[in-house]
Design a protein around this ligand. Structure first.
Ligand SMILES: [Zn+2]
Length: 341
């Protein structure tokens, strides 16, 4: 569908005489020159949704909009899920093609690899256009979606490398409920890493958006029975169980192989709150088990917005930022680091 977007090292007009090119290069400020010519250090985004365009869900977005939790009344129309009242809202893509081109161009420019799940057709298109930039992930949250056999076949086909987003919380079901147990057993057997939604879903999830959603079913401790049944299963907790930091830290302490991602809350809650949560995770000693994730949906610029939160975290060293943005994911997903150079 889309041609692979290969960025030239230096974008020079081909008609310019070479002496002028040289002069122009010499006159370029060093920072501009280096930005264009040097490949950025790689980033792995472990939480991307490849969604089909839906006109009913296509409005712009103000990052950190939950800094003012809406007020409302059950007998009045519900508050809107997303706030667009800011000076520079992020634009929603208005077609599948626009989204694909924007996301893959960003991934190329920022030297990113995206672990993506979602609409199978969209995911295959993205993967076909940029096979080195997309790691396909198979999302399943309920046994109604797919039989265990079909699930195992899909994972064995080789296209999907990851299982997630697994989000039974939205169905009012615990992650340790036996209805998903055989699926986790398949992932354990095939050594497929699993991303599980725990914690936040945004404002009014239970009574505005998803009636079966329960905040209490996002408690990180609910993972324990499932983990005990599957000792070889490799999981990461999506959204880092926000805002249940104490349970999250206790769970990671008791279960040595559990990682977390920062997706979703990194662009929706107040910045001070995000930094306090991330800082606490690092302060508690888990800097090597934090993965970068956006929770990208329909706003392409959300990637830069969210990566910027990590880049601007002045309490993190350069090495700690590299761990979060790249090194931890390479270790967690057993990726070949030499492929990123
Ligand atoms: Zn989620």
């Amino acid at each position: 569908m889309t041609k692979p977007m290969i960025q030239p090292l230096l974008k020079l007009p081909t008609t310019t005489p070479s002496s002028l090119v040289l002069l122009a290069l010499l006159l370029l400020p060093f920072s501009a020159y280096s930005q264009e010519s040097v490949k950025r250090p790689p980033i792995i985004d472990v939480h991307v949704h490849a969604m089909k365009h839906n006109p009913a869900f296509s409005s712009d977005l103000c990052p950190w909009f939950l800094k003012n939790m809406p007020v409302g009344d059950p007998n009045q129309p519900p508050p809107s899920f997303i706030n667009t009242d800011c000076t520079d809202p992020l634009k929603a893509a208005q077609s599948d093609q626009e989204m694909q081109e924007a996301v893959l161009a960003t991934a190329e420019r920022l030297n990113m690899v995206l672990v993506a799940s979602g609409d199978p057709e969209i995911l295959r298109r993205w993967h076909k256009a940029a096979p080195d930039r997309i790691i396909p992930s198979l999302a399943i949250s309920s046994s109604d979606e797919m039989t265990v056999e079909a699930f195992e076949d899909s994972l064995s086909s080789g296209f999907y490398k990851v299982m997630g987003e697994v989000a039974p919380q939205y169905q009012g079901v615990s992650v340790s409920d036996m209805s998903l147990d055989e699926y986790f057993a398949v992932a354990e057997k095939l050594n497929i890493p699993v991303g599980i939604h725990m914690g936040t879903g945004g404002n009014g999830m239970a009574n505005i958006t998803s009636p079966k959603y329960r905040a209490s079913l996002g408690r990180p401790f609910l993972l324990e029975d499932m983990l005990a049944r599957h000792p070889k299963l490799k999981i990461w907790v999506m959204h880092a169980g926000y805002p249940m930091i104490d349970e999250m830290i206790a769970l990671m302490g008791a279960h040595a192989y559990v990682y977390v991602d920062l997706a979703g809350f990194i662009w929706s809650y107040p910045l001070e709150e995000i930094h306090a949560y991330l800082k606490r995770l690092v302060q508690a000693g888990f800097g090597k088990r934090i993965l970068y994730g956006t929770d990208l949906m329909i706003w392409p610029k959300l990637i830069e917005t969210s990566v910027g939160v990590i880049e601007n975290a002045n309490y993190l060293s350069y090495e700690q930022k590299r761990d979060i943005l790249f090194n931890n994911a390479v270790r967690f997903f057993n990726l070949d680091e030499s492929k990123f150079r």
